[in-house]
Design a protein around this ligand. Structure first.
Ligand code: C2E
Ligand code: MG
Ligand code: MG
Ligand code: MG
Length: 286
């Protein structure tokens, strides 16, 4: 691009540095504003029983509907929000928005399933996640069984007694805790037992290796056996093919989530799936 401009590269690189600093400042200001104006919306991805195809839950995934740039995915703003602390307010917006949605479905007599919400390690470190959730459940009149939380291994590994206390308090509310992206972090087995978690979500990196050779299948099988030994459920993330689903059933994986079943969808579209209840009917009967 510099050559085409024909004005000398030196100027171009200065300009590039300037632009990059300016765009970082802009991005930060935009995000602060987006939170103040709540430009966020939730999409929901179903998970189903691997054997029956029955809908077992939804995962709430945040999207930023930017008036300037359109629909933005979390990988493009969650890291920034974590770095500048905005994630705490964003996390509140997310949980509140999910509660508002569940309460609406509840009022309208829709068939309800648990909705899991992703919580960032920073939110846990700042604290108050347990009281925030408890307050929102109460004010929206929602049963604790309808909300679940997803935490990555790094969030669980904190030695802080406050983090452990919050997780215990969340569990005590009757809220299930999912260990998200399992296999990408470095949690110890002893820690897995220390914290009261009910579900392991195996990262897509492992799902995508199924069927490609014996190692991938054996690795996944080991995780399933470990989860069962710890009396935990297992969800395979990122299931994209019939072959992966087939292998996962043979390995005894309880639940599956991924594009094969459905991508994350806006609330209106997810409602149609909630009415169908059995989302893998074809695969099950064939
Ligand atoms: P995650 O919690 O592991 O969510 C799963 C991600 O995998 C989602 O990306 C989802 O769209 C994508 N996915 C689902 N099925 C498939 C599949 O079959 N194939 C492929 N290639 N991808 C699939 P998304 O929505 O872009 O979210 C990315 C990450 O951002 C999430 O990973 C989560 O860590 C974070 N995130 C999303 N929403 C929130 C939120 O409200 N709060 C916080 N703190 N983090 C969030
Ligand atoms: Mg998740
Ligand atoms: Mg995940
Ligand atoms: Mg993942």
């Amino acid at each position: 691009a510099a050559k085409e401009e024909g004005k000398g590269t030196f100027h171009f690189y200065d300009q590039q540095l300037y632009d990059s600093i300016r765009s970082k400042l802009n991005a930060e200001a935009e995000l602060v504003r987006a939170i103040a104006e709540n430009q966020f919306e939730m999409h929901y991805q179903p998970r189903v029983n691997a054997f029956t195809g029955q809908l077992t839950g939804l995962e709430a995934l945040v999207r930023w509907r930017s008036p300037l740039r359109g629909l933005i995915h979390p990988s493009e703003f969650i890291p920034l929000a974590e770095k500048n602390g905005c994630i705490v307010q964003l996390g509140e917006l997310v949980i509140d928005q999910v509660c508002v949605q569940i309460a609406q479905w509840q009022r309208e007599g829709e068939p309800l399933v648990p909705v899991s919400v992703n919580i960032s390690p920073t939110q846990l470190n700042v604290g108050g996640v347990d009281t925030l959730i408890a307050g929102l459940l109460k004010s929206h009149g929602i049963a604790p069984e309808l909300i679940e939380v997803e935490l990555t291994e790094s969030a669980m590994m904190s030695e802080s007694t406050d983090v452990i206390g919050q997780l215990a308090a969340i569990s005590a509310l009757g809220i299930k805790i999912h260990l998200d992206d399992f296999g990408t972090g470095y949690s110890s087995l002893s820690r897995l037992q220390e914290i009261d978690m009910q579900i392991i979500k195996v990262d897509r990196a492992f799902t995508s290796r199924l069927g490609a050779g014996p190692e991938g299948d054996i690795l996944f099988k080991t995780i399933v056996l470990m989860a069962k030994a710890l009396d935990m459920g297992v969800i395979a993330e990122g299931v994209e093919t019939e072959e992966q689903l087939h292998i996962l059933r043979e390995l005894g994986c309880d639940e599956v989530q991924g594009y094969l079943i459905a991508p994350p969808l806006p609330a209106a579209d997810i409602l149609a799936l909630m009415h169908r209840q059995y989302l893998l009917a074809d695969a099950v009967t064939s």
